[in-house]
Ligand binder design. Sequence first.
Ligand code: AMP
Length: 216
Amino acid sequence: MNLIFLGQQGAGKGTFAQYLGNTKGLVQISAGDLLRAEVKAETETGKKAKEIMNKGLLVPDELIAELIEKKIEKEKNNGIILDGYPRTLKQAELLENIINHLNMKINAVINFTISDETTFERIGGRLTCKTCNKVYHEKFLPPKEKGKCDVDGGELIIREDDKKQAIMKRLEEYKKQTKPLIDYYKEKGLLKEVDAEPILDKIKPIFDEIIKEIEN
Ligand code: AMP
């Protein structure tokens, strides 16, 4: 099973990708994580992407295309969840080429919907482990020990692009560039919608039903 997750920042794409990873063995391919790894390793791509990411803007399509293609190819036998890719119509077309080329198929596109207020509430309090990228929330999912990752004890930080100004930019980018993908995938008959506004425990059964439907 190969899926694409859509949804504005804070909708829970990463959380549900991890959940399907644990329950179905699908591999989450997060475009943001791939880029952040490049930034951390100070590669040419990382150097070009860093400032753009900090401002909450999308990096140019060509910076991310190769990273994504390599990763999809590596994981193609496991089943994948694309989280944060594609984010523009051009990327959706590029992805179609990659998928066809690898003889794969996208089974469904799940769109997680929330309000802008919820985006600010969820992303505003988000903390990320500097070493393993595990995500916490000051209010909703605090670590056991303040400022420290439960898994590896790494320092918890607020990502540069999780600061208010950058969140506003990211939302603007989402509405301008990524929202058109909803219609694009609807027309292809692939789109499934999940209301991601309620708390996690309420969404999970609905989400499980959708996954069952896709599997059948
Ligand atoms: P995320 O963690 O998915 O919110 O991504 C963090 C940042 O990485 C975004 O704000 C963009 O700057 C960049 N990014 C992630 N995915 C893409 C993409 N598909 N196309 C362009 N830029 C991206």
